[in-house]
Design a protein around this ligand. Structure first.
Ligand code: C2E
Ligand code: CA
Ligand code: CA
Length: 703
């Protein structure tokens, strides 16, 4: 209050007219002013539409410490003007003028009303009797140079200067809020009033004012910038601590849009665009937190690698846009299975990583995986397609399987790799042997490159026998790798590696050529001709020049096509059904025989058989192995026999190891067999002897 009284004489009330004839500025101080066309008025305005006595200004003292002017329409005797007076767009009879008011006496005659602090060349605006604002240089620091110049001049202001001074702060669109060191609000500009209507009510509880007083000691005289969120909006608050004036003044900038854009960018950086799931970057950030937390609380967590089985086929057959939809649905279903504290990330392609937090034991990760595999027993509905998905899961547990993100990931990946290898649609925990295996594979891979060149690959042959005729009618070529250091390596170990590295293609050509040459050699040696069966890998079948290769090989060797049979597995066919069907038909047309290997282990329905030109079905060993114990296997084989007869196909049972199996198969009318019971796969020399002596042995076998 004291402050106000002291400064009272410096306050200047100004009425500034904007007339067609020019500007006129009146500094008001008298108790009363009459405004009108009549020359006796204290303020004479000679313009069209102005009444003789158009309006009257009456000084009003308030609380002894300051005053205001009230504008009334007409004179004090009550005679109204002809055209009336409009203040801030509203017709008035009487109005207490405020700083910044715009007064229309006619359409053309306009005046502005300002309340300025003369000493500082700023302005002063009353809010409530004890609340005022005094413009000082710091107010203007953000504003134009022009305005600052005006502020420095000591002469009486021109209208332009007054307008500039008056408008800077008060009419600024930037909300300005000032409190004193006791925390009382001393000033709000109209923009602040408009934007934060509950500021006055909430006082220091308002987010914009919280913490300001507490901080002021540390920040005396300085500028602090902070971000404040109010409901959906974000603001940047520039806080000036004015030590001398004992004031804290804030300029508030709305940064909602900027924040939104920033958040959007941040979201994109941390999420996958297709599924909306967190991505690797998000995962990397999150996992370090998770490791710290788990370490502190002595807790377990699990990293699961989840991979959709045969997704490539789906993409190839149904197209990428449906593939994308399927990925989205998959992601949704996966997410629906986790708790809020867990995280599902898209790792890339059809690979996802799940972080299961706060586990009591690894068993929980197993249960989760089981549940997950089960949910995919129900099909996904995508654009009218019912899609049955299967997935494989590899699990690593913190801290048992690794204490760093990278190691845990590597181990979960190794477990996934193992799951895939052992038939998919399973889950598997990491075990340290896997790492060893992967290292071994790596070493093997390096040596495999040299194998063909060094002549380390050889073919063994296993006889296929018709028990009715008692004749060997075919030989299956099975590859072996004789490595000088590692000894004899079985194909199960190196064929997948050869496929992974692409080595399978040169290797496949070598196998085809060697088997054909060998067969021709036996024929030349005078043995009764037999068919040699060669296994085809997935990649070979997808080679556009496969037909040409087979044709050229047969021709160069001089072998008739009917002495060659190609074995393909169901899963190989499923990689690309259309292409496979076309290729196999052409091969069959050429006269080469085609058989379906490992029948019963793949995913294809029996209906698929019609699509392909198979001569022979090879019943997988797994059915034969438990024939004597499993009535289901018996009935499956029986069904296969009936079906194949319907399709005019021969059936051969693989893996026949004993007389009992032979008898059971015989009862089921299965005539052709292959297995250790007759012979293990043998080297070419051994086979030669085998074929020679078979006729004698035969008597023993079928006795
Ligand atoms: P496959 O095509 O199903 O070959 C039959 C496998 O069963 C052979 O294993 C054979 O030795 C084995 N076997 C034969 N009779 C019996 C039996 O009575 N009991 C048992 N337990 N097993 C028997 P092998 O030679 O280790 O080959 C394994 C797999 O490696 C093959 O399965 C085939 O998928 C692949 N493979 C072998 N040679 C080649 C090849 O030249 N090219 C390609 N692409 N794959 C090959
Ligand atoms: Ca085979
Ligand atoms: Ca087989």
């Amino acid at each position: 209050m004291l402050y106000l009284t002291e400064k009272k004489q410096n306050i200047q009330h100004i009425l500034a007219f904007n007339l067609t004839s020019g500007e006129r500025v009146f500094y008001l101080d008298e108790p009363q002013y009459s405004i009108g066309r009549y020359p006796k008025n204290s303020i004479v305005i000679n313009a069209e539409g102005i009444s003789r006595q158009h309006g009257t200004l009456i000084k009003k003292n308030k609380n002894n410490d300051h005053f205001s002017y009230v504008l009334i329409d007409g004179n004090i005797e009550g005679y109204k003007s002809k055209n009336g007076i409009v203040v801030n767009g509203e017709r008035i009879d009487k109005s207490e003028l405020k700083h910044g008011d715009i007064i229309h006496f006619t359409k053309e005659v306009t005046a502005h009303y300002y309340i300025l602090d003369q000493e500082n060349q700023g302005f002063i605006q009353k809010l409530t009797p004890n609340r005022f604002f005094k413009a000082t240089s710091s107010h203007l620091s953000n504003l134009s140079k022009e305005t600052q110049l005006v502020q420095r001049t000591k002469k009486k202001s021109t209208l332009l200067e007054i307008k500039n001074l008056a408008s800077v702060v008060e009419l600024s669109p930037i909300p300005i809020v000032e409190i004193n060191s006791e925390g009382t609000i001393t000033y709000l500009n109209p923009s602040a009033n408009f934007k934060f209507p509950d500021l006055e009510k909430a006082q220091l509880q308002h987010p914009l004012l919280q913490g300001l007083i507490e901080k002021q000691n540390y920040n005396n005289g300085s500028l602090v910038i902070r971000e404040v969120d109010i409901q959906e909006q974000s603001f940047e608050q520039h806080i000036h601590y004015l030590a001398k004036e004992k004031l804290i003044r804030s300029y508030i900038f709305d940064i909602t849009q900027r924040k939104k854009a920033e958040n959007e960018l941040k979201y994109r950086a941390f999420h996958d665009a297709l599924t909306g799931l967190p991505n690797r970057t998000f995962f990397d950030q999150h996992i370090s937190l998770m490791i710290k937390n788990s370490e502190r609380h002595n807790q377990l967590f699990a990293i699961l690698f989840v991979d959709i089985d045969s997704f490539k086929n789906i993409n190839d057959t149904l197209g990428h846009s449906i593939g994308d939809r399927i990925l989205k649905c998959f992601a949704q279903r996966l997410t629906s299975q986790v708790r809020n504290s867990d995280i599902v990330c898209r790792w890339g392609g059809d690979e996802f990583v799940v972080l299961l937090s706060e586990l009591e034991n690894p068993d929980q990760a197993a249960k989760f995986s089981q549940r997950l595999l089960q949910t995919f027993e129900h099909p996904l509905n995508v654009e009218g397609h019912q899609i049955y998905l299967k997935c494989s899961v590899g699990i690593a547990i913190y801290p048992e399987d690794g204490q760093e993100s990278e190691i845990l990931l590597k181990h979960a990946d190794a477990a996934l790799y193992r799951t895939k290898e052992s038939g998919r649609n399973h889950f598997q925990f990491y075990n340290p042997k896997m790492s060893l295996e992967i290292a071994e594979n790596f070493a093997l891979e390096n040596q495999l490159h040299q194998a063909i060149k060094n002549g380390e690959l050889i073919l063994h042959y296993q006889p296929q026998i018709n028990i009715k005729t008692g004749k060997v009618y075919g030989l299956e070529a099975l590859i072996r790798w004789k490595n000088p250091k590692l000894g004899l390596i079985r194909p199960d170990k190196f064929i997948p590696l050869a496929e992974k590295t692409g080595l399978i293609l040169p290797m496949g050509e070598w196998i085809l050529k060697t088997a054909c040459q060998q067969n021709k050699k036996w024929q030349k040696m005078g043995l009764p001709p037999v068919r040699v069966a060669v296994n085809l890998s997935a990649q070979q079948l997808q080679q556009p020049n496969l037909i040409e290769t087979v044709e050229n090989t047969l021709e160069s060797v001089g072998l008739e096509p009917k002495w060659l049979e190609l074995e393909v597995t169901e899963s190989i066919l499923m990689e690309n059904v259309t292409l496979a069907s076309q290729t196999l038909h052409e091969l069959r047309h050429m006269g080469v025989y085609i058989s379906m290997d490992d029948f019963g282990t793949g995913y294809s329905s029996l209906g698929y058989l019609k699509k392909f030109p198979f001569d022979t079905l090879k019943i997988d060993q797994s059915f034969v192995r438990e024939l004597n114990q499993s009535p289901e296997d018996l009935s499956i084989i029986s069904a296969i026999m009936t079906l194949s007869r319907g399709f005019n196909m021969r059936v051969i049972a693989e893996g026949v190891e004993n007389q009992e199996q032979l008898n059971l198969l015989q009862q089921l009318d299965c005539e052709e067999m292959q297995g250790y019971f007759f012979s293990h796969p043998l080297s070419p020399e051994e086979i030669f002897n085998y074929l020679i002596t078979f006729n004698q042995q035969k008597q023993l076998i079928f006795a």
